[in-house]
Design a protein around this ligand. Sequence first.
Ligand code: K1U
Ligand code: ZN
Length: 171
Amino acid sequence: MTIRPLVILPDAVLRRVSDPVGPITPEIRTLVADMFETMYDAPGVGLAAIQVGVAKRVVTIDTSKEEGVRDARVFIDPEIVWASAEKRIYDEGCLSIPEYYAEVERPDRVRVKFRDIEGAVQEIEADGLLATCIQHEIDHLNGVLFIDHISKLKRDRVIKRFTKAAKRDAA
Ligand code: K1U
Ligand code: ZN
């Protein structure tokens, strides 16, 4: 298993719409294993394949709170099939926008249809941090970032900060 480099704002790769996975090949299994390694190392509670530069609809999540207990979940080609009318606000972060957090309002509960690592179709209802995280990750698959849900003023400010940092690092 390999820790892959994370794609960081303002890299245009983050704006790509990811492709459906199709058959679950050995390459997809390796990608999933590497995504878990990368997510746990960061550390993060979720990761979309595009954040390691792969435009495939693959998401890994582990929102377990208990120290030393893992709840590794993989979502292949995930789709939200139902969202609650009730909303919740969560102070979100993103491994592609390090050390920046902002409040985002999203549906409190969602039902998600996806394929597991064996290719079997599954459906779960999620609430709490899992619901927030799966919505954040599905946004990544569609080229959407959590900063797209905040004010234009705040978004422009954070993009400017990361653009300057990227130029500084390239010099
Ligand atoms: O997709 C990502 O960039 C990962 C992101 C997921 C996420 C977090 C919070 C709300 C919505 C989605 C992160 O994991 S940011 C890091 C983080 O939240 C965290 C890191 C260590 C321990 C606990 C949380
Ligand atoms: Zn993110």
